[in-house]
Design a protein around this ligand. Structure first.
Ligand SMILES: [Zn+2]
Length: 174
């Protein structure tokens, strides 16, 4: 078990376009996936949110994503092969800027192709929350952050302030 520090906004590695994994089922790849799982679960315990992590967030340049939404799933070399024209608007957040909320648009549904750590190819069709999460994590492997997709700069806010305003407004759409 190895919980690794999560890199924060400003660290140049978060902006790197990550490199394709060419060898599967190696001890190094399996260790990376384990560290990502440990780091995600530790972060979630301490911060009360978190459903996915990209390798670059723990300082590794490989194109690997680990999500845990309906159970754990490690995705190597994930890519979006289809995305809906229909979009959804939502508030997003990220381990690498945990105090901020960002309003952005994502595709309502996507289809993603990836390999598991053993090298077997899979594809996954996702809608809603899973679709949003996959787009967030696949952005990471390309060096793109949720902040880059903000609908405008006014919609980058402190989460605590957003929660306070929602309470004031009776949770009406902001
Ligand atoms: Zn993130």
């Amino acid at each position: 078990m190895s919980v690794r520090p999560v890199l924060l906004l400003g660290n140049p590695l978060l902006r790197a376009v990550c490199v394709r994994v060419r060898q599967y089922n190696t001890p190094e790849l399996l260790a990376l996936v384990r560290d990502m799982a440990d780091t995600l679960h530790d972060f979630r315990r301490r911060n009360g949110f978190g459903r996915g992590i990209a390798a670059s967030q723990i300082g590794d340049r490989r194109r690997v994503v680990f999500i845990d939404i309906d159970g754990p799933l490690a995705m190597v070399n994930p890519e979006i092969i289809r995305s809906s024209r229909q979009m959804m608007t939502l508030w997003d957040d990220c381990f690498s800027f945990p105090d901020l909320a960002v309003k952005l648009k994502r595709h309502l549904s996507v289809e993603v192709r990836y390999r598991d750590p053993e090298g077997k190819e899979h594809s996954l069709k996702a809608r809603g929350a899973l679709s949003e999460l996959l787009q967030h994590e696949i952005d990471h492997v390309n060096g793109t952050l949720a902040l880059d997709r903000a609908v405008d700069s006014r919609h980058i806010v402190y989460k605590s302030e957003l929660e306070r305003l929602k309470l004031v407004a009776g949770r009406k759409e902001m």
